[in-house]
Ligand binder design. Structure first.
Ligand code: ADP
Length: 304
């Protein structure tokens, strides 16, 4: 599997010229709803082509280089469709904003076996050789990235359990420290010290989407699932599966098919909430107290 970073540009115009030919012009700009963090727009070019663009402040340019790297990694597995990354960068002279330019996914009615096909494709992505996506270790990613607006550390690590503790749970607990009293902090230390008793090392490291909730899976123009907005890293496939169950879940056909693919290890249900503790802590840190009870419930579930 080869990892190739998409091109970087110093203006939206430069990106358009490079991808669609010199002289390409934007005819209309349509703002799109739905993004939590960035401004999202559909650009229609003078040649009729449609392009998706996300914009943010220049200081947040690294959101987009990280997302571009993540989409390129998923595309490199040749399993689940992702929008082609046309480029990313900062529009230095005109808007002063950073941007990510992608193929526009023209949404379509899902095909009848949409969830079964997606489960097969996702398990193929989880089975793909992930070694070229990690630097200095077995788990991690070639660069740091973001989960929502929070940074995600992807320093390479040789043990999944150590990676999940040091690069996932610990930084989130550190940010959330003020929410916990002394007794709870002791529970957290105990939990982190005993992760080896709960987690298992995977049979093989997998490239994960990293933020796999239903809003990040959309039916593209082929009627099949396309992945957007990833927070990729190489980890245990169960962490992706767990996240699909966090906010409402996917239809049963998806889980049946994914299970038939044989990637789920014995005892997954006992580990699921621990994986999701990471995302709930992240929501606590991004959106506040409404996630605190769920976080505390999971800590108590694992530490008596
Ligand atoms: P954010 O990074 O702010 O969370 P999203 O990636 O969720 O933004 O995208 C915002 C909106 O744009 C969502 O409604 C999403 O479905 C849509 N979207 C994302 N990528 C594309 C694309 N390549 N083509 C068409 N629509 C897209």
């Amino acid at each position: 599997m080869e990892f190739k970073m998409p091109p970087q540009f110093t203006s939206v115009e430069e990106a358009l010229f490079s991808v669609f030919g010199a002289g390409s012009k934007i005819k209309t700009v349509q703002k799109l709803a739905g993004g939590d963090i960035n401004e999202a727009c559909r650009l229609t070019l003078s040649n009729g082509k449609r392009v998706f663009i996300k914009l943010n402040n220049k200081k947040n340019a690294s959101f987009f280089s990280a997302e571009a790297a993540g989409l390129a990694a998923i595309a490199g597995t040749k399993t689940v469709r992702t929008p082609e990354v046309f480029g990313f960068g900062s529009d230095e002279e005109k808007s002063g904003r950073s941007f990510l330019m992608l193929e526009f996914i023209g949404e379509q009615k899902p095909v009848s076996d949409y969830w079964e096909t997606f489960a097969c494709q996702l398990s193929a992505m989880h089975r793909a050789d992930a070694s070229s996506f990690v630097k200095d270790g077995t788990y991690g990613f070639v660069c740091g990235n973001y989960i929502g607006s929070e940074t995600q550390i992807n320093t390479g690590c040789c043990s999944w359990t150590a990676f999940f503790r040091d690069c996932r749970l610990k930084p989130q607990f550190k940010r959330a420290a003020a929410y916990f009293d002394q007794a709870e902090r002791r529970q957290i230390v105990k939990l982190l010290d005993h992760l080896e008793d709960i987690l298992v090392e995977p049979e093989q490291p997998s490239l994960l989407h990293g933020d796999l909730w239903s809003g990040n899976v959309i039916a593209g123009h082929d009627g099949n699932a396309w992945l957007i907005d990833p927070a990729v890293y190489v980890g245990h496939a169960e962490a992706d599966l767990a996240m699909t169950e966090l906010f409402g879940g996917f239809p049963q056909e998806f889980y049946h098919t994914y299970q038939e693919m044989g990637l789920q290890q014995e005892g997954y249900r006992r580990r699921k909430d621990l994986y999701n503790l990471y995302h709930l802590l992240n929501h606590l840190n991004m959106f506040g107290r409404s996630y605190l009870l769920s976080v505390k419930r999971i800590i108590r579930e694992y530490v008596q």
